[in-house]
Design a protein. Structure first.
Ligand SMILES: Cc1cc2nc3c(=O)[nH]c(=O)nc-3n(C[C@H](O)[C@H](O)[C@H](O)COP(=O)(O)OP(=O)(O)OC[C@H]3O[C@@H](n4cnc5c(N)ncnc54)[C@H](O)[C@@H]3O)c2cc1C
Length: 428
């Protein structure tokens, strides 16, 4: 084993594990504040996941008012509040603007770079960290935390030649991410590392992920996306939540923003083996009564038209045919022959297409991980472990997860900055 701690006597030495969004922010911040920082990243490049976020466009944060921010995280809103207020969405935007990147706002407050290229952000971000004096060591997988009683004193890492090296420091920041998209490097190592230090890890589950549904309806609609639907989630016949956004029908079931944002609670329902149903309102601008009146008008006023032709007024592509099949009504049936019962069946299909969730897409496809290091064991004002002194956490390795729209990167940046400052004794 080689001891590779080259920190000066006067500077605090800090080791950051993981060079993703939170780790780069923690490392650069600590170095800027005067610490000697070593960043150990197991990939050959940093920020692999950051580059592919937002469909490779990198949706770094959201423009919603900062006071509304906490409500966009699931159970972690109170825990994150201090970090978010200390380094807000406006701070994140200014930070990257200072790296010569310009942003614009898109739908639902999403903030994206004007050049639509997430890679520029990763490159500028890494350069910033290096410019602050961070010593970046790629291809270095951390295997173990070095503990002395209730303190962390360093780590043991393995390089690409399987050589084991030890690094000693005054503080260690664990920023290894969650388990989603493991090909980017986040394979859950941090859970094991934190576990060996005595931390509890809330069972990781895929979040912001596609939902697999029973029956053939969704599969038959594969490829159709609707920009504006309301999806309600029912667990054991109790309405848990509703969201209004876009939906995409896929070969396995459902995806798109509305499904991703509902998936957190739906995945829990499925794991707990409770009856998990989705009710989709395909025509959210009209209530049942309005739709009924409109359908009556259509069917009575255009008696010669075929049933499916009327449906084309409401549904795109092959949807009218799938609807006819589902309702068991002949597509070519003249409108005048459509009974009141059939009209009611159609209204219910349009307003509450009900599908049962049987499963969900795995970590390979999930945008984030729900679960992770128990927040109760981390000081929300500093990100320091309440169990091991000088051990800090940043980003998704903790049990924090938010909705789509830039909230997860914002959490990574805010907690990374807070951990970086706290680790060198400059807490906010
Ligand atoms: C496809 C996709 C799109 C997304 N789009 C968005 C978006 O547009 N907006 C948004 O807000 N969020 C988005 N997210 C979520 C967001 O990317 C994550 O929440 C965020 O990257 C988490 O940052 P992190 O630093 O905690 O972890 P990561 O970015 O996962 O970084 C962890 C780093 O630690 C390294 N590491 C792991 N184990 C070790 C080890 N043992 N030793 C050394 N290094 C290690 C990994 O290689 C990795 O580089 C997206 C996620 C995905 C997968």
């Amino acid at each position: 084993m080689t001891d590779d701690n080259r920190s000066g006597k006067t500077k605090k030495s800090i080791i950051v594990i993981g060079g993703g969004a939170s780790g780069l922010m923690a490392a650069g911040t600590a170095a800027q504040a005067g610490a000697a920082v070593t960043l150990l990243e197991k990939n050959s490049v940093t920020a692999r996941k950051l580059s592919i976020t937002g469909n490779r466009r990198c949706n770094i944060t959201n423009m919603c008012p900062i006071k509304e921010f906490p409500s966009h995280y699931y159970y972690s809103s109170r825990f994150l509040k201090h970090a978010l207020y200390s380094f807000s969405n406006y701070d994140v935007i200014s930070f990257f603007e200072n790296l010569s990147i310009s942003f614009h706002e898109e739908d639902r407050g999403r903030v994206l770079p004007v050049n639509d290229n997430g890679r520029t952000i990763s490159i500028a971000f890494q350069k910033w960290a290096l410019d602050q004096g961070v010593r970046l060591l790629p291809d270095m997988k951390v295997r173990k935390l070095l503990l002395k009683q209730d303190h962390v004193i360093g780590v043991i890492a393995e390089n690409s030649s399987q050589q084991r090296l030890s690094f000693h420091g005054d503080a260690v920041i664990l920023a290894t991410g969650g388990k989603s998209y493991p090909q980017t490097g986040s394979t859950g190592d941090g859970y094991r590392l934190a576990g060996t230090a005595g931390h509890s890890v809330i069972s990781p589950k895929p979040a912001l992920t596609g939902l697999i549904v029973k029956g053939s309806t969704a599969g038959k609609l594969q490829g159709i996306s609707l920009p504006d639907v309301i999806v309600s989630l029912w667990i054991d016949n109790k309405k848990v939540m509703s969201r209004r956004e876009a939906i995409i029908f896929t070969h396995y079931g459902l995806s798109g923003p509305v499904i991703l944002n509902i998936s957190r609670a739906a995945v829990e329902g499925v794991i707990d083996e409770r009856e998990t149903m989705l009710s989709i309102d395909l025509i959210p601008d009209l209530d049942h009564e309005q739709i009924d009146m409109q359908l009556k008008r259509h069917f009575n006023g255009h008696g010669n038209r075929r049933f499916r032709t009327i449906l084309e007024y409401y549904l795109p592509g092959k949807m009218p045919f799938v609807c006819c099949e589902d309702l068991n009504i002949r597509a070519e049936k003249p409108s005048s022959q459509v009974s009141a019962k059939e009209r009611k069946k159609l209204r219910l299909w349009l307003k509450s297409l009900t599908l049962t969730v049987s499963s969900f897409r795995s970590f390979e496809e999930a945008v984030v991980t729900a679960g992770g290091v128990d927040r109760a064991e981390v000081d929300h004002k500093t990100m320091e472990s309440r169990i091991i002194k000088n051990l800090y956490f940043a980003g998704e390795v903790m049990d924090i997860d938010g909705e789509t729209g830039g909230y997860n990167l914002q959490a990574a940046f805010s907690t990374g900055r807070l951990a970086g400052l706290s680790a060198c004794g400059k807490g906010l």
